[in-house]
Design a protein around this ligand. Structure first.
Ligand code: ADP
Ligand code: MG
Ligand code: ZN
Length: 476
């Protein structure tokens, strides 16, 4: 039997506010444990939460950027469960009246665009962090994270492949980064994703039983975990069993998912409206002011790149697919105004090297200005394009200036017609057969002569000049 895969993602984004969602404690990452707490976020009796307006503002920005309908009235709810990292015994979240609903984003996989629905976006508080001692049978709890604001962004079950799921997650992350409301760091947990997945026989409409995958802290892990889970569910179904509804954890080392617990149902949480917080009413003037203040978003930037820089759609899509990359491109073009050449270098050399080293743009040692200076050296004829690629490798591993590398390594292009001509004469004299072949009409031999000269000059001869010289000499 053929199965169709159905995937929906729940993304949690930690918001870049300075203070927590219901108290004034700092949200700074990496401080000593339990130094950023107060009676409110420690869940002491008798305290009252006060909503941080910035959290609502960030939520509204995300809602606007993803075409959601914003609820004029929404409400906070208590989600009750016991866990040592949750001192109140409940998490303040939103339930039946979320901030925003019915949005969509567009993803692109293998050149085909697809719209993915957003079910809802709501605000909630994060829980603390348990730290398990590796050597002693002891666990510690750090409450610095309790009360850090989160947006939960829930997709419709519209995704059909692990690639689509990864593409969707990238799009969501990118929008958050464009809006500057989340740092998008999956390793540090400021962007987290739970993936829900089920299989159904092709041609049927009812959804199969889903499992929920947690604990995936990179795009690659999301994709691999889903691929594993597809194989696992298929073999369960093929053996005639039912998939059980459960929460599973991804073990990246073993490349497997394993059962963590049976999935709880909404009624297990005993949701009810939080009596400590008033209903949230959002003035339409505020929404309109935020709409007007939104920065240029990925789709708009892509369209502008195509028009302003005359780039192919593909290039514009890759460059704007990550804000840091788009900014890098524009900074480089400011100094070296040949957009297509800049785009080629970024998409091939730069992205390949960063990927090889598994580095993000923020760790790139080559500034856009330095790349522009390298391209200018090629343009002026100081070095060849081929040499430039080697210089670039040096730049990206050392952060040195291209001109310094060229000088230190003596890589300047040889454009001295006199010395190149004598070298060309030597090579022609040493290869009489090829010379007569050429003169008999086999002009392809030219490549051989050029290659010989390049070999002898370690690639530093000016190729245009070499061609001119050889053509002239061969006519003699
Ligand atoms: P739960 O209440 O179990 O968390 P929800 O209805 O809130 O389930 O859905 C959570 C996520 O799971 C959403 O992203 C949704 O698109 C996705 N989802 C729901 N049903 C399925 C299914 N049968 N297969 C795959 N994903 C699903
Ligand atoms: Mg859910
Ligand atoms: Zn606090």
């Amino acid at each position: 039997m053929e199965y169709e895969v159905v995937i929906g993602l729940e993304v949690h984004a930690q918001l870049l506010t300075h203070s927590k969602i219901f108290c004034g404690c700092s949200t700074r990452f990496g401080s000593p444990a339990n130094t950023q707490t107060c009676p409110v976020c420690l869940g002491m009796p008798g305290v009252l939460p006060v909503l941080n307006k910035k959290v609502v503002e960030f939520g509204l920005k995300m809602a606007l950027a993803t075409h959601c309908q914003i609820a004029p009235h929404s409400r906070f709810a208590r989600k009750n469960y016991f866990y040592p990292d949750l001192p109140k015994g409940y998490q303040i979240s939103q339930y039946e009246l979320p901030l925003a609903e019915h949005g969509w984003v567009e993803i692109e996989v293998n050149g085909a665009a697809k719209r993915v629905g957003l079910t809802r976006i709501h605000m909630e508080e994060d829980a603390g962090k348990l730290i398990h001692d590796e050597h002693l049978p002891v666990s510690y709890v750090d409450f610095n994270r309790t009360g850090v604001p989160l947006l939960e962004i829930v997709s419709e079950p519209d995704l059909r492949t692990p690639e689509e799921a990864a593409a969707y997650l990238k799009v969501i992350r990118n929008i958050l980064l464009y809006l500057e409301i989340c740092d998008g760091n999956m390793e540090e947990g400021s962007l987290r994703c739970d993936a829900n997945i089920s299989l159904r026989p092709v041609g049927t409409t009812a959804f199969g039983t889903k499992t929920e995958l947690k604990n995936m802290n990179s795009f690659r892990h999301v994709q691999r975990a889903l691929e594993y889970e597809i194989r696992r569910q298929r073999s369960v179904l093929e053996s005639g069993d039912d998939v059980s509804q459960e929460t599973r954890l991804w073990d990246a080392n073993q490349g497997k998912t394993y059962s963590m617990r049976g999935k709880e149902e909404a009624h297990d949480y005993r949701y009810f409206p939080d009596p400590d917080l008033v209903p949230l009413v959002i003035a339409s003037e505020w929404i309109e002011a935020l709409r007007a203040s939104l920065p240029e978003l990925p789709d708009a930037k892509k369209t502008r790149f195509v028009h302003q820089y005359d780039l192919p759609e593909y290039d514009a899509g890759v460059l704007t697919g990550e804000k840091a990359l788009a900014d890098y491109f524009e900074a480089c073009v400011r100094d070296f105004p040949q957009p297509k050449k800049v785009s080629n270098w970024i998409m091939s050399e730069l992205m390949r090297e960063l990927k090889k080293e598994e580095l993000g743009m923020e760790a790139c040692l080559v500034t856009p200005q330095a790349l522009a200076r390298l391209l200018a050296l090629v343009e002026e004829g100081a070095i060849s394009g081929k040499i430039a690629k080697n210089v670039f490798l040096d730049m990206i591993s050392t952060g040195k200036d291209p001109a310094d590398i060229v000088r230190e390594k003596g890589l300047s292009q040889i454009s001295d017609a006199g010395s190149l001509e004598s070298l060309a004469r030597e090579i022609l004299a040493a290869n009489p057969k090829e010379v007569s072949d050429y003169r008999a009409g086999k002009t392809k031999v030219m490549g051989f002569f050029v290659g010989e000269i390049m070999k002898q000059t370690k690639g530093q001869a000016n190729p245009k000049l070499v061609n001119q010289l050889l053509t002239g000499l061969l006519k003699e």
